[in-house]
Design a protein around this ligand. Sequence first.
Ligand SMILES: *Cc1c(COP(=O)(O)O)cnc(C)c1O
Ligand SMILES: [Zn+2]
Length: 403
Amino acid sequence: MNYSYISHLYCPKCSKTYSSKETQHLCTCGSPLLVEYRLDELAHDWKKDHLANRSPDLWRYHELLPLEDEQYKTTLGEGMSPLLSMNKIGQDMGIHDLLMKDEGTIPTGSFKARGAAVGVSKAKELGVEEMAMPTNGNAGAAWSLYAARASMKSTIVMPIDAPKITRNECAISGASLYLVDGLISDAGQIVGNAVKEKGMYNVSTLKEPYRIEGKKTMGLEIAEQLNWEVPDVILYPTGGGVGLIGIHKALKELQQLGWISDDKMPRLVAVQSEGCAPIVKAWEKGETEAPFWENSETVAFGINVPKALGDFLVLEALYETDGCAIAISDDALLEEQKKVAQKEGAFVCPEGAAAFSAARRLRDQGWIHEEEKVVVLNTGAGIKYPDTVNVDLPILNPGDRIR
Ligand SMILES: *Cc1c(COP(=O)(O)O)cnc(C)c1O
Ligand SMILES: [Zn+2]
């Protein structure tokens, strides 16, 4: 058995193929590239029982990941996050079987660690020494820390408004960190030029093909944690949409392996913020690509992405699974964040709170039924965003009494 059953890279737009033995970025047609595996061979060689004694992290699925030589594996123990039942908030919404996949427990505090672990490992295997990326915060934090773990250099550019803690995570990793007085799209332009001039490896969202493979492990885990049965609905806070594309890819691969049933795919929901909802706008019109969203703004920083390179793949996943896209206001998501903390004791990130709020709205609209099994992705830890919670507290003097 091989460590990985990777075959090659292919373009989902024009079908051109590329070798996975050297560094690759976009297809000549401008589309992101996806990884193809030797699934027939893998279906023959790989059985569910093989997982039984493997460590509870995302590398338990290494056959379905792109890293070929285990010596380049760069890990901080990421993956196999809890899938928790959320009965009280579920009851409050009228959903009997509501579950949260909690990515707040993952190293670096967000699910970005999954993409970074696999992306950095593969880059190391391909001989990369220095990488560069634009980020809204969490991705930069994860990639710079994993790069440090792999003894690689990184250059990170993020908006001045990105959460401060993610700045500190990048800085302490030893990354070259720059702030831009603008949006992630502005940071992207700066990185694009730096990459051309300095020959760094560009790890912008979907500009390298392996981040998505790391994120797809959320889909593999959800299936395994539900004993190889998929839920009815999965809600995902969508920025670049990598996680959603990844979960869809994972479930299709599991179907091809015969590990889950062919005739049930969860309805995938892309949750965005009302202040930045290009995918929702496109989905409402039935379009296959999303427009650039001008002047985007939201407290859910991870989903502030005005134009996603993989928008057509996100929309395809929504159409193929009879899913939908929905936008949530900042007020609604902040209120939901409080509710989830008070009813369940879970301090979810604003992006995750948006997904809970979306579940509530879709239940109210009848799009989600009472008896359905619904999985909400909480993509990060609430403690990474101390400024989204405002409290006004009574101050006592020593000796005062509590009334
Ligand atoms: C990046 C991020 C998202 C959005 O992820 P995509 O895969 O780019 O859509 C959601 N939540 C958090 C906390 C993030 O950091
Ligand atoms: Zn192409």
